[in-house]
Design a protein around this ligand. Structure first.
Ligand SMILES: *Cc1c(COP(=O)(O)O)cnc(C)c1O
Length: 497
């Protein structure tokens, strides 16, 4: 953490650094008496005595680290409306199932006959994900959403190559797509062409048709888009791309908006990825682990990454085995994917069932629209229409009063809420992208809406309070550019005194 202020200057007793609490001679543990022959210490020249280590009692160490842990913000403590990230509550039973010794201790190199249960679970999960998405085959090998995207566009590339049609190099991406989409397409060697959105937040169909020429490899479409909207012309969009000989990739990271309502396969998508760590229950944030399974329709199924799990009743070593699809793009990681995340998704799907999964999307969409209804008079909306799982506001009105989206996000911290995603999607000025998720109660949504409304009022009446926020957090406004460029991640010893 880099900050303008030295954290020691904030020192109340519980904010002092560990080193500052050191008292010479104090100790937290006592080693047992030696019960093996003593060995002489190494050459004294190899020993250092200038390393200032803190000397503390055990309770002081416990308090220090417990206090630090309490500074953490998490979905298990507070509301976390970070748009596009689906920071929802994940039932603990899913973690418990993933921690069962048979799941957690299985060695990735165990022979298939010793891992039939795990393979069966993976096979079933492939089937469930295909059922939920309307696709025909799945690979669980990819380890994140963005990696699922990369695998998906590599499959599109391999498909065109397999037909001696490798001149197709253009990947169309609407300007309302998730930022990882153009990055994945570029990594796979495609030329990215952006398609603008129309005033209602849909893709501009005329621009799409114009761009869909003979060099078209495909289209990557985030559904719902990062405006939190369903693409209402989706059938025409897929039709136009297919007509030009391209394939359609679907970014299904936010499938909590669609579960049980619409299937990617029915809409015309050829390949999609799903974020198990968003929609299907794995606590995430802080970088992992995740899983971004790829699901393909009939044309792209042969190109799925390896391995996939197949059922084969005729072998003697058990019914389930790992297989490589015939024209596979190959392996995308070590072993067979993030197994613990797969187990959590399986447990989540089995405990909710079809009806429960449909209720997920109903509640996710209802909650976002409830916030939209409560906030629409005091904030500008990115688009005036029903939203899906998230609502994108613009702080344009507040900006005219001298309060930016960033200031509002910081002020929310004073009210005890994590900030929403900010300044994304890029096509909305002063964007505040709010995803309440399906697991929040009406009381929590109301408390958040009340905070947003009172910040809108402050922006009008006492803008400085918002501009200088946060006021109640342990550190105030950080120099974010410096924090990103010169992150200070390691404690370094410094002389005492
Ligand atoms: C989160 C997200 C991704 C990327 O997923 P990671 O697992 O973070 O790589 C891609 N697309 C959308 C729409 C997302 O919300």
């Amino acid at each position: 953490m880099t900050q303008d202020q030295d954290p020691r200057s904030l020192a109340t007793p519980d904010r002092q650094l560990l080193m500052d609490r050191s008292v010479p001679g104090r100790r937290g543990v006592r080693l047992p008496d030696l019960d093996v022959p003593a060995e002489p210490l190494p050459d004294a020249s190899l020993l250092r005595d200038d390393l200032p280590l803190p000397e503390l009692s055990q309770p002081e160490v416990v308090r220090y680290f417990t206090r630090l842990s309490q500074l953490n913000y998490s979905i298990d403590t507070q509301f976390y409306p970070l748009g596009s990230c689906t920071m929802k509550y994940n039932p603990k039973i899913n973690d418990q199932v993933a921690s069962l010794p048979g799941m957690a201790n299985l060695h990735p190199l165990a022979p298939p006959e010793a891992a039939q249960g795990a393979l069966k679970l993976m096979h079933r999960l492939q089937t469930y994900l295909c059922e939920a998405s309307g696709m025909s085959a799945a690979s669980l090998a990819t380890l994140a959403g963005a990696q699922g995207e990369l695998a998906g566009v590599l499959m599109i590339r391999a498909y065109h190559r397999s037909r001696d049609d490798a001149a197709r190099r253009v990947m169309l991406i609407p300007d309302s797509a998730h930022g990882t989409n153009p990055a994945s397409a570029a990594m796979a060697g495609f030329e990215v062409v952006s398609i603008p959105s129309d005033s209602r937040g849909n893709m501009d169909l005329a621009a799409l048709r114009k761009a869909a020429g003979p060099g078209l490899a495909g289209l990557m479409l985030t559904l719902p888009s990062t405006l939190g909207l369903f693409e209402t012309s989706i059938l025409e969009v897929c039709e136009a791309v297919h007509h030009a000989g391209g394939l359609v990739y679907g970014d299904g990271a936010n499938m909590n908006a669609l579960l049980g309502q619409a299937k990617f396969g029915d809409l015309g998508f050829d390949v999609i990825h799903i974020n198990l760590h968003k929609t299907f229950s794995t606590p995430h944030g802080g970088g992992g682990p995740g899983a971004g399974p790829v699901c393909a329709g009939p044309r792209l199924a042969p190109f799925l990454p390896a391995p996939v799990v197949e059922e084969d009743a005729s072998t003697s070593s058990g019914s389930y085995r790992l297989a490589t699809p015939p024209q596979s793009i190959g392996k995308v990681g070590a072993f067979h994917g993030n197994f613990g995340v797969l187990v959590r998704a399986y447990a989540y799907i089995r405990s909710l069932g079809g009806e429960g999964l449909r209720a997920v999307s109903e509640d996710a969409v209802l909650n976002a629209n409830y916030l939209q209804a409560r906030l629409r008079d005091d904030y500008d909306l990115a688009c005036e229409r029903l939203c899906m799982h998230e609502v994108v506001l613009s702080a344009n009105r507040q900006k005219k009063q001298g309060v930016k989206g960033l200031d509002i996000a910081k002020r929310l911290l004073d009210y005890g809420f994590h900030a929403p995603t900010m300044y994304f999607p890029l096509i909305v000025d002063e964007a505040l992208m709010i995803e309440p998720t399906e697991t929040e109660s009406k009381e929590t949504l109301d408390a958040f809406a009340d905070a947003m409304l009172s910040i809108a009022k402050e922006a009008e009446e006492t803008p400085d309070v918002v501009r200088n926020a946060p006021h109640t957090t342990s550190v105030s406004r950080l120099d974010e550019a410096r924090a990103a460029r010169q992150p200070d991640l390691r404690w370094r010893p410094r002389p005492l005194g």
